[in-house]
Design a protein around this ligand. Structure first.
Ligand code: BEZ
Ligand code: FE
Length: 294
């Protein structure tokens, strides 16, 4: 393998992988090499540009740690996360659509009962959320596990506000609860607001250089799991938000956008007397039944 030139380099790299014993790895790497080389040829990549890309990826690596995942953010902002989500979550039309997980999910969030306030001190206008979980056959899904998480009125998630270990953190505006026997769930939280994704690092600089903003429209995240049904990772978006058509991570689906109804002071859905305005959100989720269970 000598005197490899511009025209023979791609084939030489592909042949170098002949000994790969993992067929899927070989498929993925063959395609990756072909596309990377085709890209460099198409744009006639200069050495300066190559160095800039290497520096950028190095910066992405340096800022990444247990709490800050800049590689995921890069994937999100390039639309790769949403592409992978959509091509792996094709469901019957009646099912609720999936969208990006994002970097702010926490495994082991505090557990709550229906009717509880999951805000746990997070600041924002009160919001009462309710809905039902059903299968595509219309039957209620009882005892589904429901993780919810959201930002506060300043646009920050609890995990962004502390430098302490997540294990010692007091979580707010997130929780885990279960659907009732009739598939319904209800909890109190705060109104979700639009927020910018972390943009003080290399991904933020990239967005700026591309003339893009870092904002996501207001949303509430859900991760719903129930035996016999496909897991659903999604969010519900607030209708009227100015960023619905320019989400920095391309996650908005029309049928996930709903009105969060504003109410003046008065009686809330849980019977409590509200002295300030509050919101209600009513949204039902439809899960795909797994074949063995259908
Ligand atoms: C989120 O919605 O939490 C999120 C998703 C992608 C990137 C950053 C944040
Ligand atoms: Fe979010």
């Amino acid at each position: 393998m000598r005197n490899i030139d511009e025209d023979t380099i791609t084939q030489a790299v592909l042949e170098s992988m002949d000994g790969c014993r993992n067929p899927r790895l070989l498929t993925v790497m063959t395609s990756l090499v072909q596309h990377l080389h085709a890209f460099a040829r198409e744009v006639k990549l200069t050495e300066d540009e190559w160095f800039t890309a290497i520096r950028f990826l190095t910066d992405v690596g340096h800022i990444t740690d247990d709490k800050r995942q800049e590689f995921v953010l890069l994937s999100d902002t390039l639309g790769l996360s949403m592409l992978v989500t959509t091509q792996n979550n094709k469901k019957p039309a009646a099912c609720t659509e999936a969208t990006v997980l994002g970097p702010f999910f926490v495994d082991g969030a505090p557990e709550y009962q229906n009717g509880d306030d999951v805000s746990n001190g997070a600041v924002g206008a009160p919001c009462f959320v309710q809905g039902q979980i059903r299968g595509v056959d219309g039957k209620p899904v009882a005892n589904a596990s429901i993780d919810v998480w959201q930002s506060d009125e300043d646009g920050f998630y609890d995990v962004q506000k502390t430098t302490e270990d997540v294990g010692d953190m007091v979580h707010s505006a997130r929780g885990k609860l279960r659907s009732l026997a009739d598939g319904r769930f209800h909890f109190r939280s705060i109104l979700a607001e639009a927020y910018p994704i972390p943009h003080d690092g290399p991904v933020g600089k990239m967005l700026d250089a591309l003339g893009r903003h870092p904002w996501r429209p207001a949303h509430l995240h859900f991760w719903i799991k129930a035996p016999g049904y496909d897991t659903l990772i999604t969010h519900v978006f607030r209708d009227g938000d100015q960023y619905l058509d320019s989400d920095a991570v391309f996650g908005v689906r029309s049928n996930l956008v709903v009105e969060w109804v504003k109410h003046g002071p008065g009686i809330a859905p849980d019977g409590s007397v509200m002295t300030t305005p509050f919101y209600t959100l009513d949204y039902d989720f439809v899960l795909n039944q797994q074949e063995a269970a259908a």
